[in-house]
Design a protein around this ligand. Structure first.
Ligand code: DAH
Length: 340
């Protein structure tokens, strides 16, 4: 019996060294120390021993059991640690893996410029109003003193939907809509998209943006127009930027003026960008033609007003010093992402 106890003990210890995982270890434990285990079997057989041999043999079995249990315990924590390591390794996330890039969008320069222009006029007490892009000839031309066959109609290559409907060629029809539906005092700006049947090139696009301004009240003068646009230019392009008014012609204003600002490229000295003039034209303006006021139902003997219209792309090109209109429409990310 002594021998088989020793054998069981040695076999158990040798087996422990060989098991590879906790499940194998548990199996081993059951085989030796379990209810039907080998050592348990020995313990059961002790009943057959003579009484005087039992204590010594019992001690031997207990020693073997204690040694095996201790070794089992040690091996168990070894295997548990190893299994935990393996699990952690398997679950590990490689934080150095390249991720799918999520790029942030940016406001397009035309729109950020437009928003700034709107802010400036809202700060001066203007209200923002919008009108339809598909417009009646009546508002786009007739009410603006551009009757059918008027030669100035040719200056704007128009997309016609039918005889009476066009894609608006400017934001000025919103003026006409306001004047026919509201009474003075009127102080509005009308930003929006406009269309002309132009071939796209460095200075033209069939779709672009304008912002219209209209002020009507008693006693409004050209001085108010000039003061307003001076203030606007200084706010948009920087303190010290002054405007130059040049006589011009628009059917809907009388008198009319085109407004220039000094060329930012040559600071007024004259260069290729300003064609040697030292100035860049930025907008059209004037005193609302009394004929237009009357056609829209506003008494021109009592009220006067000024109006202006400007291209937003043109303003953005000048403000951000962008070297050409095409960049505005090509949606090249290398260009657009510079405005983030
Ligand atoms: N509508 C003109 C254009 O598209 C710009 C313009 C000029 C608007 C004079 C105005 C104005 O309101 O008074 O070329």
């Amino acid at each position: 019996m002594e021998n088989s106890i020793r054998e069981i003990r040695e076999k158990a210890l040798a087996g422990l060294a060989e098991v590879r995982d906790t499940a194998g270890l548990e199996q081993l434990r059951v085989n030796i120390l379990g209810k039907k285990g080998e050592l348990t079997g020995i313990l059961r057989g002790m009943g057959q021993l003579p009484a005087d041999k039992r204590p010594a043999m019992g001690q031997l079995v207990n020693e073997a059991r204690a040694a095996i249990e201790e070794a089992l315990e040690r091996r168990l924590s070894e295997l548990r640690a190893r299994e935990k390591d393996a699990r952690l390794k398997a679950e590990a996330i490689d934080v150095t893996l390249p991720v799918e890039k999520r790029t942030m969008g940016a406001v397009h320069p035309v729109f950020s410029c437009m928003e700034e222009m709107i802010d400036i006029f809202v700060g001066m007490g203007y209200e923002v109003v919008e009108g339809p892009e598909v417009e009646f000839d009546h508002y786009n031309f007739e009410l603006l003193n551009l009757p059918k066959n008027h030669p100035a109609r040719d200056a704007q290559d128009t997309f016609y939907v039918d005889d009476n409907i066009v894609l608006r060629t400017h934001t000025s029809p919103v003026q006409a809509r306001i004047m026919t539906t509201r009474r003075p005092p009127i102080r509005v700006i009308c930003p929006g998209r406009v269309y002309r049947a132009d071939e796209a090139d460095a200075t033209h696009s069939p779709v672009f943006h304008q912002m219209e301004g209209l002020v009507i009240d008693e006693g409004v003068t050209m001085g108010d127009l000039k003061g307003t646009l001076d203030q606007f230019a200084a706010r948009l392009f920087g303190e010290g930027v002054s405007t130059r008014f040049r006589p011009s012609y628009f059917p809907f204003t009388e008198p009319s003026a085109e407004v220039d600002i000094p060329c930012a490229n040559c600071k007024g000295a004259g260069c290729r960008m300003c064609k040697g003039t030292g100035f860049i034209e930025v907008l059209g303006s004037g005193m609302v033609n009394p004929k237009v006021l009357d056609m829209c139902g506003i008494d021109s003997r009592r009220y006067s007003g000024f109006a202006f219209g400007m291209g937003i792309e043109r303003m953005a090109l000048l403000k951000y010093n962008i070297p050409g209109l095409r960049l505005m429409y090509e949606n090249d990310l290398r260009f657009l992402s510079q405005f983030r």
